[in-house]
Design a protein around this ligand. Structure first.
Ligand code: CO
Length: 217
């Protein structure tokens, strides 16, 4: 029977390494988590939240799905968002996409990939919204990456529009929503300048970020 023994050995080594540096690390963490950040990212195995922002266990609350989408009827994502805001009191929500995203690429070609097509439909909708600009970019890699960026901006707006974030802002809770994109080729994050800290900031910041994207081509 295959029991993936290598992974268990990795795990023991990892836990031991941490305890050697801080003998109480797991004991302290098991009592509570107080992350300041909620990460909403892609499921892609090359974009591990904690590692790329250099945070230890306990420091970032994570939700990942294909193409880092925030859908208004997705109870999974909304539950994560609500728990992070109402109970963990995170201060920052980071929507992080990445270049060369398979989900975004999948949405751009018209081949059928099964059930996931329904999920990727949301990205096709974003494509339609910006088709005039996107269709002008002949290089397919650049076109994909542009859609990866626009997708992040749209998902930041979706986060801000949720009743959960709107209510939190209304009662004066300090929450900033950020939009970033990660480069698989260099391991670096890029800020898409779409940081929203209040309900009345959203439309102007969203408009500016989108305009910047469309002008940049
Ligand atoms: Co992806």
């Amino acid at each position: 029977m295959k029991v993936l023994s290598q992974l268990f050995e990795n795990n023991r080594n990892w836990a031991q390494g941490i305890v050697e540096k801080d003998p109480d690390f797991f004991k302290k963490l098991s009592n509570q988590q107080t992350p300041e950040y909620l990460w909403i990212g892609c499921s892609d195995s090359r974009v591990p939240a904690n590692e790329i922002i250099g945070l230890a266990p306990g420091e970032v609350f994570v939700h990942r799905n294909i193409a880092n989408l925030v859908i208004h009827t997705d109870m999974n994502c909304l539950s994560v968002l609500q728990y992070a805001i109402d109970f963990l009191k995170v201060k920052h929500i980071i929507v992080c996409g990445h270049y060369d995203c398979g989900g975004v690429k999948g949405a751009m070609d018209n081949s059928s990939q099964g059930l996931v097509d329904n999920w990727l439909r949301h990205i096709r909708d974003i494509y339609s919204k910006y088709a005039v600009t996107l269709d002008q970019i002949s290089d397919m890699k650049r076109r994909t990456n542009k859609l990866c960026e626009l997708n992040v901006i749209e998902q930041v707006a979706n986060v801000c529009h949720t009743t959960i974030v709107q209510e939190a802002w209304k009662r004066g809770q300090e929450i900033s929503v950020h939009g970033w994109v990660y480069g698989l080729e260099n391991g670096l994050l890029r800020d898409l300048h779409v940081c929203v800290r209040a309900a009345d900031e959203l439309s102007a910041i969203y408009r500016m970020a989108v305009d910047e994207e469309l002008e940049e081509k």
